[in-house]
Every structure is written in C-alpha cells, then in structure tokens.
Design a protein around this ligand. Structure first.
Ligand code: NAD
Length: 284
C-alpha cells in the first residue's frame, strides 16, 4: 500500500515558514509582501481558486489586493490596470486568474506583467530563463510538484520520469525541472500511442492530463512515486484526479491524493514566489 504524500501538511509547513518571515518583516517596520490578484468575470472554478489564494495571503500575513472586473471588460482597461500595478512600488506580485474571456488576448495580458512581478512564472522571459537554466520565477504547480517528490526522500537523479500532459503551465515546466534534477524524462501527450507502456517504466509519474482515472494501478511501476495533478469534477460535484486512486495506491510507493495533494502546494508556491519577488524588490 502506497504512502500518501500529504500536500496539505507540506504546504502548511511552507506557509508557516512564510508567516514567520512576514511577522519579522512587519516587526521591523518594513512593508510586508503584497500580491495583487485580478479576476475577470465570474467563472465559479476561477472564483474558488482566487478565494484560496487570498486566504493563503491572509494566513501568511501578506497584503493582498483583489480587482474584480466584469466579464465584458475591455482588454485595454485590463492592460491599463496591469500597467498601474507594474508601476506601484507597493505591489510585489501580480496574478491574473486564467482563463480570460474570449475577447481578451491572454498572451497580450501575460506579456504586460513585469517579469519581476510575474509570480505565476508565465511571462515569456521567465519561461525562457527556466529553459535556459537561468534565475527565474518558477511556475507554482511544477515547483510544488518537485517539493512533493522531494518530500518522499527519493533521489530524483538517474530516475526515469514520465510526465503525462504537455501544457505550458504544468507538463512542459515540470519536465524541465525534473531534467534539471537529472531524471531521464519522457513527455507523453494526446498523440502518444501506448501511454501504459511508458508509465509502467516510470519511477516518477506525473499525471497532468485532465481526464479522471486515466492512470490505473496496472499502468504503474511497483514502488514508484505518483503525482496526480488532475482536478476533475465528477457528476456529483466531487473533485477527482487523473489517477484511479484505489487501484494505483495498491501498487505505487508514494501517491498524492486529490484533493489535498498538488492543489494546496500550488497556492503555497504562489506565496513563496510573492515573498521572493518582495525580497528581490528590497534588493533593487
Ligand atoms: P491541459 O488541459 O492544457 O492539457 C491536457 C494535456 O493532456 C495536453 O497536453 C494533452 O496533450 C494531454 N493529453 C490528453 N490526452 C492524453 C492522453 N490520452 N495521454 C497523455 N496525455 C494526454 O493541461 P493542464 O492545464 O496542465 O491541466 C491538466 C490537469 O491538471 C487538469 O485537470 C487541470 O485542472 C489540472 N491542474 C491542476 C493544478 C493544481 O494546482 N493542482 C494546476 C494546473 C492544472
């Protein structure tokens, strides 16, 4: 039976450390880290993610600012708001909750955020620096995944890692982070003919597909580390991952649950990135 990787507990440790640092900053009379969050429209999933982020900011003692814009906001207005936050010396991090409504060019919006305030790590400068191995803001979910793998005590170097999914926000960056730690990495995707043949060889398996239960126990190498990134909603409204937990946990050595695995880590890493942006701002 696999050991559960408790994302809630690991993320709580990260947030508590940040809360301590923030209390020291406040006690010294300095301005505390500040994150500005922009949400457009009222997509229920986006609203719930934003609530989680603001709650984490409150827990750590960071300042947060929320801008709620209507679904039909003009792109120019959103860009103008980002410009103001870029220039605001009291704001360390800017996060625009995705997805944006169809009439807004998402790339244009992400490009408008100053790379040093891009706490999501989605700006092309940060993405390029990640792939070049230069200092950058590492995107939250991939960063959290690595921390969860490291929390098992497993040495990543030399291991076979399979990442299912090739998105810009999870699959590709997590593959690069595993490569940086000297894993031998395979990226599987929608056109991969025999996913199971790859996953059965994986010492580390990261599932970021968005299909409930696509990874079953028989696709898993005994004793491996299985990280389930998927957030899928069942017909009765419950959250479920990409991994069939019941069968997979019989075979894996370590496994993350959904909920309570990668999700809370993503938010903790956002707070860490905001703190790092604050630190960099102090040094400028
Ligand atoms: P996406 O939805 O943009 O794309 C899905 C990816 O899966 C694609 O790259 C596609 O090639 C691949 N894919 C499709 N069918 C496949 C198959 N049969 N075999 C292998 N790969 C296949 O990806 P995303 O935005 O990375 O989201 C993936 C999942 O992770 C979603 O459920 C999403 O909600 C979740 N997610 C969770 C967090 C978190 O914090 N826990 C963060 C981001 C995304």
């Amino acid at each position: 039976m696999a050991k559960i990787i408790d994302g809630k507990a690991v993320s709580l440790e990260v947030k508590e450390a940040l809360r301590d640092k923030c209390a020291e900053i406040a006690a010294s009379g300095k301005r505390v880290p500040c994150i500005a969050v922009i949400i457009v429209g009222d997509n229920p999933a986006s609203r719930s993610y934003v609530r989680g982020k603001l709650k984490a900011a409150e827990f750590t003692g960071f300042e947060s600012r929320l801008a709620e814009l209507p679904e039909d906001v003009r792109e120019a207005e959103l860009l103008h708001m980002i410009d103001g936050l870029n220039k605001d010396a009291g704001v360390d991090g800017i996060l625009v909750q995705l997805p944006l409504p169809g009439h807004i060019d998402e790339d244009k919006v992400l490009d408008a955020i100053l790379p040093e305030k891009d706490v999501d790590g989605f700006h092309p400068v940060n993405v390029a620096n990640l792939w070049l191995g230069r200092p950058c803001t590492v995107p939250c979910t991939p960063k959290g995944i690595i921390k969860l793998i490291e929390s098992t005590g497993l040495e990543i170097a030399g291991k076979k890692a399979v990442v299912a999914g090739r998105s810009n926000i999870v699959g590709k960056p997590v593959a690069k982070l595993l490569l940086d730690r000297n894993a031998t990495v395979t990226i599987a995707h929608s056109r991969t003919p025999d996913l199971a043949a790859l996953t059965r060889e994986a010492d580390i398996l990261v599932a970021a597909v968005g299909r409930p239960g696509i990874i079953t126990g028989e696709m898993i190498k005994p004793g491996s580390v299985v990280i389930d990134v998927g957030i899928n909603r069942t017909a009765d409204g419950k959250l479920t991952g990409d991994v069939d937990f019941a069968s997979a946990s019989e075979v894996a050595g370590f496994i993350t649950p959904v909920p309570g695995g990668v999700g809370p880590m993503t938010i903790a890493m956002l707070m860490e990135n905001t703190y790092d942006a604050w630190l960099a701002m102090q040094e400028r």
